[in-house]
Design a protein around this ligand. Structure first.
Ligand code: HEM
Length: 162
């Protein structure tokens, strides 16, 4: 089967498509800092969204850690929505934008709502900054959670897989 044409609304996000692997580190005042391995995939089916999934493992013990999946929904004019679900019972709803500089593409999402299953830990705000420079994708995630003020939780650097 021929691969579908990228939907025109997804064109600004072309550089994200594919599979990325690398390492990251996380911290928060209420937990022990950790390092992780990550694999993330962004894909399209020709419709006006990009599907996203990632899974992580502890860098030292290889035990599975966080995973998540969702969709980027481009809205034109370099704007986009993001919806994400986590097995920890957290649902993130964001709006954001994509910007191009001479060497990089920068995508920034800020949550407009975070919903929780009854047993999920409390998270009230999340932001995600993604930067693509050639075959390197780096990101930062910040959050307000478990009564702590909004602050950094994760940073990672991934390489494009061919
Ligand atoms: C690469 C992605 C991520 C990894 C590897 C990761 C890893 C971890 C680890 C190892 C912990 C401590 C152990 C635990 O309680 O399970 C933790 C705690 C937590 N994470 Fe993350 N996390 C990730 C993404 C996220 C995201 C996107 C959110 C929220 C939007 C989030 C929210 C939390 C919360 C609320 C806690 C509990 C803090 C506490 O109990 O004091 N994490 N994370």
């Amino acid at each position: 089967m021929n691969s579908p044409l990228l939907h025109e609304l997804c064109e600004p996000f072309l550089g994200l498509l594919g599979t990325w692997k690398g390492t990251g580190e996380g911290h928060y005042p209420s937990i022990k800092s950790f390092e992780y391995l990550e694999e993330a995939t962004f894909a399209h089916v020709g419709k006006p969204f990009i599907s996203y999934g990632q899974k992580t493992r502890d860098l030292v013990t290889n035990v599975p850690l966080h995973s998540e999946s969702g969709y980027i929904r481009p809205q034109g004019e370099y704007l986009a929505e993001l919806v994400l679900a986590q097995p920890s019972g957290i649902i993130e709803i964001h709006t954001g934008s994509i910007e191009f500089t001479e060497n990089a593409c920068v995508i920034y999402f800020e949550s407009i709502d975070v919903r929780l299953t009854p047993s999920a830990k409390e998270v009230t705000q999340v932001s995600r900054l993604i930067k693509i420079e050639g075959d390197t994708l780096s990101y930062d995630v910040s959050m307000a959670a478990v009564g702590e003020p909004f602050q950094h939780h994760l940073k990672a650097v991934l390489k494009r897989q061919t």
